[in-house]
Design a protein around this ligand. Structure first.
Ligand SMILES: [Zn+2]
Length: 121
């Protein structure tokens, strides 16, 4: 049985961060919206898209889709990991997560890509 499943999944994409985000969004939409509403339908579309991505054989295209959402996922992960000691910003140019100490007033943050952000920490 396990070997059959392995053979079926061979050459297919599998799961990634975008699939997890799609499943979380669909669960939230299904829990918060009443039955028969458009949001519940949208949740089902998210689930169907996640399943389609999982069994897709076009791995290159699925990786490109995942790469678009990866900076946002890592930013959210860093926000959840951060326990209030630092303030996190996302560079609008390169989407890198920038970490600065909290409570320093208005500061300018230099991103390694050359972008300068003026934000309140
Ligand atoms: Zn940058």
């Amino acid at each position: 049985m396990k070997e059959k499943l392995m053979r079926f999944m061979y050459g297919r994409y599998g799961s990634d961060e975008l699939n997890i985000v799609l499943l979380i969004v669909s669960v939230i939409l299904n829990l918060l919206s009443p039955a028969g509403s458009i949001f519940r339908g949208l949740g089902m579309v998210c689930i169907c898209y996640a399943i389609y991505r999982m069994f897709s054989k076009n791995i290159y295209k699925r990786r490109q889709e995942n790469a678009k959402i990866l900076p946002y996922v890592s930013f959210i992960k860093a926000k959840l990991k951060n326990k209030g000691q630092a303030k996190l910003f996302m560079c609008p140019k390169c989407k890198r997560t920038l970490r600065v100490p909290k409570g320093r007033g208005k500061i300018s943050i230099n991103c390694p890509c050359g972008e300068v952000l003026k934000r309140k920490s």
